[in-house]
Design a protein around this ligand. Structure first.
Ligand code: AMP
Ligand code: DBH
Length: 558
């Protein structure tokens, strides 16, 4: 197994194989199998392109051949930062077939995150786009390349703009595939590194194997009833774990369906695509679901034929029951709640669940072998139906983050359960209701922010003595981030501080929505900053100010 990763103990691995969960296939083979079965069906639509399965399969082979010839091969880490374009699929399947490991960056990531991912994983290459939605991805990549000496290649999907040191993907693709050059990775080994939203410090990397991930994808496709007639709209950035695997584009390709890529999740873009492509399934975070519901209710998309839409999946953050109840009457489709994590465990409400279960719960686990424990602060299981922290272990939940021994000692129990940091209650039917969070993470409408990562950046400002970032309740995003700052001497001023943070190359969703200057932080009994008190203070103040119109919601995403 890749160095720095924690394998499942052999007795668990044997059990998961014997149960038929781990089948010894690879992600590269998923596309190969689908292309054999449905060569002429449409696999992917987006950015003006429309590729059949045979075409996507051939492109992936040609690019894989070119990558291997360039020296990118087995075990190499390759950071992938791509917006929703068909090349995403060509690139990730080519990397699997070259034996290289994609490391998924989000399109929203900037210099701090992309640089960290390249550096921390010892990446051999970075694959990026040219420009997209007005953002210069190749410029960002050039900066990262200059800062990370180990990064030997920057490959651009599109035009390099003549920038030195950047290579167009078109120049890497071989004229013809050379099957003998392609790798044959071990299905039990790590296939890629997925990003965790993180609770502490820099984002953690999640090593997923071919075996474990494929199981979650196949089982998800079955639970969601995907068939070759499924048309799935990728409304969120598809490199995120939810639209990738729950059942996401991998589930759809496994089933032989079609993936339609949306450049952004706005109702104007997505509802038009649903009508034009006769979309049957899609997946969004709660704030996006609210935007769609509001747009349709207010008649902003009047005349749109949404009759093809069968299932709206909502996940990534808690979907309020009042909103959940509106989905069927307003959009005319079924709601499926999805409570998942890139670390593994995914819960779905099922098509056969009654209305109350679908509206009020976040679903139940994929697998009969997902082990669930709900524990109190003392680590003992709480009585049935009571709230406690969710711990989990199972055939597609990791046993450790990549190269993070210290963090792993806290994030996993000695017997291998992942501490999710989510406070849940289990219903008699085994469905989970998310009641809150034990971890400090801020969930900004599905986009996860680790407070101390942002605090570190704030602390770098010379006029800042100390900083604490906490969640503020928000009617639209669920939560936003508020930074409490103790100045050193004269306070820097809000606008100046925010400019400073942007200048440090931080993704926009991590820039605090609000800054409060204070003289001191409330302390806990042993003198730590009491985030609980800060959260309570800002929540009370927000409640007092309620009645004032909420400020404009920036486009959300996971
Ligand atoms: P990550 O570990 O970054 O993949 O983020 C996963 C976390 O997102 C979970 O541990 C939950 O805190 C949160 N989450 C995902 N889906 C839901 C949901 N449907 N309801 C509430 N929280 C969710
Ligand atoms: O929030 C998530 O990380 C998430 C939500 C729904 C996820 O990883 C998933 C489904 O697979």
């Amino acid at each position: 197994m890749l160095a720095g990763c924690t394998p499942w103990p052999p007795e668990f691995a044997d059990r998961y194989r014997a149960a038929g969960y781990w089948t010894g296939r690879t992600l590269g083979a998923l596309l190969r199998d689908a292309a054999r079965r449905h060569p002429d069906r449409t696999a992917v639509v987006g950015a003006g392109e429309r590729w059949t399965y045979a075409e996507l399969d051939a492109r992936a082979d040609r690019l894989a051949t070119g990558l291997v010839r360039r020296g990118i091969g087995p075990g190499d880490r390759v950071v992938v930062q791509l917006p929703n374009r068909p090349e995403v699929f060509e690139v990730v399947f080519a990397l699997f077939r070259a034996g290289a490991l994609p490391v998924y960056a989000l399109p929203a990531h900037r210099r701090a995150e992309v640089g960290y991912l390249c550096d921390f994983t010892g990446a051999r290459a970075l694959v990026t786009a040219d420009t997209d939605a007005g953002f210069d991805f190749r410029g960002l990549a050039a900066e990262v390349r200059a800062a990370v000496p180990g990064l030997r290649d920057v490959l651009v999907a599109g035009d390099t703009g003549g920038r030195p040191g950047l290579t167009a993907l078109a120049d890497v693709r071989a004229e013809a595939a050379d099957p003998a050059a392609l790798a044959d990775p071990d299905p039990a080994d790590v296939a890629f590194l997925q990003l965790s939203g993180g609770t502490t410090g820099l984002p953690k990397l999640i090593p997923r194997t071919h075996d474990d991930y494929l199981y979650s994808v196949r089982a998800s496709a079955e639970i969601c009833g995907l068939t070759p007639d499924t048309v799935y709209l990728g409304a969120l950035p598809v490199v995120h774990n939810f639209p990738m695997s729950s059942p996401g584009f991998l589930g759809v390709l496994h089933a032989g369906g079609t993936v339609v890529l949306a450049p952004d999740p706005t109702p104007a873009t997505c509802l038009a695509l649903i009508e034009a492509e006769r979309v049957t399934h899609t997946a969004v975070v709660p704030p996006v679901a609210l935007l769609w519901l509001d747009a349709v209710e207010k008649g902003a998309q009047a005349g749109r034929d949404l009759s093809s839409l069968r299932v709206l999946q909502v996940g990534g953050a808690k979907f309020a029951p009042e909103a959940a109840r509106r989905v069927r009457p307003v959009l005319g489709c079924a709601l499926q709640q999805v409570f998942g994590m890139a670390e593994g465990l995914v819960n779905y409400t099922r098509p056969e669940d009654d209305e109350e279960t679908t509206v009020h719960t976040q679903g139940r686990p994929i697998s009969p072998d997902d082990e669930i424990r709900v524990v109190g602060p003392d680590g003992a299981e709480v009585a049935d139906g009571e709230a406690g922290e969710l711990l989990t272990r199972g055939p597609y939940t990791i046993r450790g983050y990549y190269r993070a021994p210290e963090h792993n000692a806290a994030a996993f129990t000695p017997d291998g359960f992942y501490r999710t940091g989510d406070i849940v209650r289990r219903t008699p039917t085994g469905h989970l209701v998310v009641e809150g969070r034990a971890k400090d993470q801020i969930n900004r409408g599905g986009e996860k922010v680790a407070p101390d990562e942002v605090e570190d950046h704030i602390l770098a400002h010379p006029a800042v003595h100390d900083a604490a970032v906490v969640a503020v309740p928000d009617p639209y995003l669920g939560e936003r981030a508020c930074a409490y700052v103790i100045p050193r001497g004269t306070a820097p001023g809000r606008a100046e501080l925010l400019r400073f943070l942007r200048g440090r190359g931080l993704a926009a969703y991590k820039i605090p929505d609000r800054v409060e200057f204070v003289d001191a932080f409330p302390a806990t009994g042993i003198g730590k900053v009491s985030r609980r008190e800060l959260r309570a203070a800002i929540a009370a103040e927000t409640a007092r100010a309620a009645g004032a119109a909420p400020d404009g919601a920036p486009p959300p995403g996971p």
